[in-house]
Each structure stands twice: as structure tokens, then as C-alpha cells.
Design a binder for this molecule. Sequence first.
Ligand SMILES: NC(=O)c1ccc[n+]([C@@H]2O[C@H](COP(=O)([O-])OP(=O)(O)OC[C@H]3O[C@@H](n4cnc5c(N)ncnc54)[C@H](O)[C@@H]3O)[C@@H](O)[C@H]2O)c1
Length: 237
Amino acid sequence: MAVVTGAGRGIGAAIAIGLAARGARVVIADMTPPDATVATIGGAAVGVAADISTPAGWAAIEHAATAAFGDVDIVVNNAAYYPNHPIDDLDFETWRRTMSVNLDAQYLSAKQFVPALRRRGWGRFVGISSNSIGLNVQGMSHYMASKMGIIGFMRGLANDVAADGITCNAILPGLTHTVATEAQGEEARRAVWQAQAIQRFAEPDEIVGPVLFLTSDDAAFMTAQAVVVDGGQYRVG
Ligand SMILES: NC(=O)c1ccc[n+]([C@@H]2O[C@H](COP(=O)([O-])OP(=O)(O)OC[C@H]3O[C@@H](n4cnc5c(N)ncnc54)[C@H](O)[C@@H]3O)[C@@H](O)[C@H]2O)c1
């Protein structure tokens, strides 16, 4: 069974639908009841309204999972907070909220589920980071710090749980066609696309395949990695 956060819409919804299509039962977590995603998947899904930046939110997710389906195998941390604030007007409250939603949630999910995954000797954590950490994107220092933090946490967590059959990886999507990016002007989008080998938006469905792979048995020897899915924009190595 899989938990996907922020799956009421966008990339998270696509991931939840993709996992269900592969045969997983899925817990769809979001701030408000994620009815649309649950309706799309049907009986293999249960929705839970939870703030994933709090321990209470993760307790509610585990409760919903156990009540509906049983044990969790896969945790995809996808929900994010991403307001644009150049450093001059980035207040501490915004910085803290960004860290809390984007990074604390990764830690809280591990504390919530690692003990049970360890007992069963199999588990998958996927943290959704962003390729923006390697790009000239302004007004996002808080977001970029949190998204780098996801990679660091996945690497460290991978070391701690490797002997228990649990893998931990990050995925770095590029600019993807969601509500979040709809607001961007055509000029800004084209500027991004010019730097990509594949010069267009990613559709949310195109982020799903790498998640399916990383959460499968086929990826059993792949852990602590940062996997870039951005049409060839951010090139490392
Ligand atoms: N869209 C892009 O271009 C893009 C690019 C790179 C990375 N990403 C990352 O992909 C992920 C999904 O992006 P998206 O564009 O689909 O975002 P989105 O804003 O469309 O969806 C995010 C969902 O997370 C939920 N959420 C936010 N805070 C929450 C909280 N505290 N508790 C529970 N749910 C919460 C929101 O309600 C929303 O439904 C994010 O981690 C984002 O940083 C997106």
C-alpha cells in the first residue's frame, strides 16, 4: 500500500493514479479532502485530510491507511509550499513554513513508518524535490534550500535503513504543467524550455514512470539517488 501526499491534484494525483493502476492500494493525503483523486481511482483509494507538516497529520494518515487497507509499503512525499519571495521580503514565518511542509514532512513520515517497514523488511521512500535547485530561479532561496534538504535527508535515511530492505530516493521534476505553473506567463515558460533538450512542459503523467520504477522491486539496488526528470535541462555528472 502506498501513501502519496499532496495528491489532491497535480503531480501527486498523477502519482497516486499511476500507483493504483499498477495494483497498489493508495492513501491520498492533502490539506482538504482529496475527493476528485479518490473518485478517479475508486475502491483502491482512501482520502485523508491531513497537514503533513505536523506529527498529528502523519498519525491521521497511518490511522486512515490501517483502517482501510493495512500496512504501508511505499511513501511518496510530494506536497509542497512554494511562495515566491526574494530574500529582501522573505520573512522568517515563510521560511519556517517552507521547511515545515517541504522538509519536516519527510522526517515525520520516516518516524511514522520506518518501524513497521523494518519489521516487514521492505519499503520505499520517494521525496519529490525539484530541478530548480540547479538553476537560476529567483525568489526561491527558501524553497531551494528545502528541496536540497530532501536529497540530503533521503541520502542519510538510505544509510540508516538499507539493511532492512528499504530504499530512499529523490526525484527532481522540471517545469511541469500543473495549477502551480499555469500562472506563469508564456515568456517565462519559453525561457525555461529553451534550456531543455525536450522543449515543452512536462505533463504530470511524465513524472509517474520514475516513481513507479523507484518503488518497484526492479529498483532494489538503487538508493540515495537524486533522479532528474526535466527533459534534459539540469545536467549533472
Ligand atoms: N509543477 C512543477 O513545475 C514542479 C517542478 C518541480 C518540482 N515540483 C514539485 O512537485 C510537487 C508537486 O507539485 P505540483 O505542481 O503538483 O503542486 P500543487 O500545488 O499543484 O499540488 C500540491 C498539493 O500539496 C498540497 N499540500 C500543500 N501543503 C500541504 C500540507 N501541509 N499538507 C498536506 N497537503 C499539502 C496542496 O493542497 C496541493 O494539493 C511539489 O513537491 C513541487 O515542489 C513541481
